[in-house]
Design a protein around this ligand. Structure first.
Ligand code: FMN
Length: 342
């Protein structure tokens, strides 16, 4: 557990101080452009970003992606994130809760529900832990700690390859996910960590009983790079460098999953860096837009920086709606305002 805590501390430090983003591979959204409407004929004040996801109302289709917990600094960050999520009524995830099961005294660094009673809140665990002694009981414990609305199971095969003592037994995991989905009373969301979920894999996960997908595609934070920075042996450092740009661009994941599954609750994340990216992802069919690194950077700075970030994101999405002549996110999605450039 000391090892798990050190890893969490390293992740925050590396993500805040080093260049950890994809370089050559992008989120794919630059291949799209909104058709500008020179005469929207709506009042900008009438625009509403209100959205419903997994039965809960949000004031904007935004998610603070799963990041941290388990150390003092992580606790401060989670509590700042929860405060801003509650203030703006947006969704939030916490980082992997494996550390709590190993070390129950760090529970308070995750326990943000009392501070954010109304938000859509996601628990988090690596799916591979289901092959390492995690079953229904521990998953329920993780959900209960947050009074979470859903459990995110993250899929991170590449990250585990580059971690010094990574958990790389992914055999028969889909069956275990299916068993968990059948028994856990809250919905399960399958999420990557920045390498993307293809249409084919989404189909398998949904057939296993997963309720929603968060694509967490390529183009933003590269976990191969993060783990390469902290890897102890040269082979893994080199693996991380070689695979720094591996993965499916976020835009491709969204379009391929949406084409197969018109109704499935779908989260876009991975390399979204402003409200224009978020709006493009929504227009491509996502229901929520998630961001990790931008929220971490703001949270490390101050609560004021976090509030400013959310206000900017809301203003940017609102401006897209205004300049495409749409009053709601639902209208935007059906507007065909987004054009593919190739
Ligand atoms: N994803 C998880 O599902 N569980 C985690 O515990 C987790 N820890 C993270 C820690 C940090 C410091 C950051 C920056 C990201 C973490 N992620 C984790 C991945 C993010 O949720 C997200 O999928 C990924 O960073 C891509 O989004 P981005 O480009 O907006 O950063």
């Amino acid at each position: 557990s000391a090892q798990t805590q050190n890893r969490k501390a390293d992740h925050l430090r590396i993500c805040l101080d080093e260049d950890v983003q994809f370089h050559t591979n992008t989120n794919g959204l630059e291949r799209y452009r909104f058709t500008h409407c020179c005469l929207p004929e709506i009042d900008r004040q009438d625009i509403s970003l209100t959205t419903t996801f997994l039965g809960k109302q949000l004031s904007a289709p935004l998610l603070i992606s799963s990041m941290t917990g388990g150390t003092e600094q992580a606790g401060i960050i989670n509590h700042r994130l929860a405060e801003v999520a509650q203030h703006y009524k947006i969704a939030m995830g916490v980082g992997s809760q494996r550390v709590v099961v190993e070390k129950p005294q760090v529970a308070s660094t995750f326990a943000v529900r009392s501070q954010a009673p109304d938000i859509l809140l996601f628990a988090n665990l690596g799916a591979v832990q289901l092959n390492y002694d995690y079953g229904l009981e521990r998953c329920q414990q993780i959900v209960d700690l947050l009074a979470a609305d859903a459990l995110i199971l993250h899929l991170n095969p590449l990250q585990e390859c580059i971690q010094t003592t990574g958990d790389t037994n992914f055999a028969y995991l889909l069956d275990k996910i299916a068993t968990l989905c059948a028994k856990l009373p809250v919905p399960v969301i399958a999420k990557e960590v920045g390498n993307g979920i293809s249409g084919v894999m989404a189909e398998k996960l949904l057939a296993a009983g997963v309720t929603a997908i968060d694509v967490a595609g390529a183009g933003g934070t590269s976990w191969a790079k993060v783990e390469s920075e902290r890897a102890e042996n040269p082979l893994q450092r080199r693996l991380g460098t070689t695979f720094a740009d591996w993965g499916l661009p976020t835009a491709e994941c969204i379009t391929s999953i949406r084409a197969k599954f018109p109704q499935v609750p779908l989260i876009a994340s991975g390399g979204l860096r402003h409200g224009l990216d978020a709006a493009k992802a929504l227009a491509l069919g996502a229901d929520l837009a998630g961001m990790a690194l931008p929220f971490l950077q703001a949270a490390a700075e101050s609560e004021a920086a976090l509030h400013e970030l959310v206000e900017v994101l809301i203003a940017e999405i609102t401006t897209v709606l205004f300049c495409t002549g749409n009053t709601t996110i639902e209208q935007l999605k059906h507007s065909r305002a987004l054009q593919s450039l190739k």
